[in-house]
Design a protein around this ligand. Sequence first.
Ligand SMILES: Cc1cc2nc3c(=O)[nH]c(=O)nc-3n(C[C@H](O)[C@H](O)[C@H](O)COP(=O)(O)OP(=O)(O)OC[C@H]3O[C@@H](n4cnc5c(N)ncnc54)[C@H](O)[C@@H]3O)c2cc1C
Length: 309
Amino acid sequence: MVTRPLKNLEEIAVIGGGLAGLSAARHAARIGRLVTLFEGSGLYGGLVSTIGEVDDLPFPGTWSGQDLAMHLYEQAKKMGVRIVETPVRRIDAGERLELIDGEGRSYYPGAVIVASGARLRKLGVPGEAEFAGRGVSHCATCDGTFYLGKHVVVVGGGDGAVHEALTLAAVCGKVTLVSHSPLKARREHADKLDGRENVHFVWDSEVCAIVGDGKVTGITLRNLRDGSQRDLACDGVFPFIGVEPVSSFLPAALRDECGFVRTGAGLTTADPRIFAAGLVRSGFGGTGIEAMAEGVSAAEAAHRLLAGK
Ligand SMILES: Cc1cc2nc3c(=O)[nH]c(=O)nc-3n(C[C@H](O)[C@H](O)[C@H](O)COP(=O)(O)OP(=O)(O)OC[C@H]3O[C@@H](n4cnc5c(N)ncnc54)[C@H](O)[C@@H]3O)c2cc1C
């Protein structure tokens, strides 16, 4: 009698249910692989899950981050992707890849696609933790209406900060954008913000403290040119000063000095069985469509590896 090994139930493990991970899982399943996707927060869509309207999508209609994520999630489920709602805690890249989830269960996939993205960076100033949820927020779409007619401060000068400042400017009485450098956001977004009468800019400055009494009442600003400090009264603070990768569950050899995953041709890491896509990857372009495209490319690369091509 010939005994055949049972088919590996985790041919491809995808870590992260953001745009990159959902696209990778859906595509890998569509081309015939057995796929398990791990999502640690239970909130699909990652960083776009709280965006009211996702810009720069090359298809018709307007999409909130939640709608886009749920569409990709449903597509992945339809293709047969198995979803495990727990974070991946560790990957051991020994002779056999072992992935350990938040509940201590082990999985042995043939290939792994890391799409664990990033989290928003904190300012790291006094008052930030104390007033989190009481004036300090990272989501203009969720919290903007609490500041109807009020004065809020957005910190940062990239696309994320400008996007969120535009959302807040539609409901708040006044928005002050504090940036230590000229805006790095795309021209059309920066121009839109510049055109809003209720938006003010404070350049060459950083926030060095958030103050309040039960809730935020203001910030202390430091001018980076002359070192002078001044207080600014406000009702809310929205920091968008960039992201830091979520990658500590990976072997250190796969990450760069900032924690982003290094990749070469075909989105392969230093371990040929592990691929990376999206925001967690060093050199990632930044937009949602790029994250989805990289997810598909990583799925193709993992498929080729398993097929021995
Ligand atoms: C404020 C802001 C506004 C933006 N607006 C736009 C826009 O309008 N248009 C646009 O194209 N782009 C926009 N972007 C960029 C967009 O958010 C990113 O390109 C995209 O989210 C990257 O997707 P990702 O899947 O790589 O990572 P993420 O979105 O970070 O998703 C990663 C997922 O992995 C999960 N995860 C993390 N660690 C683990 C683990 N150990 N185990 C299991 N799961 C894990 C997380 O919970 C998360 O769901 C914006 C970004 C910001 C910050």
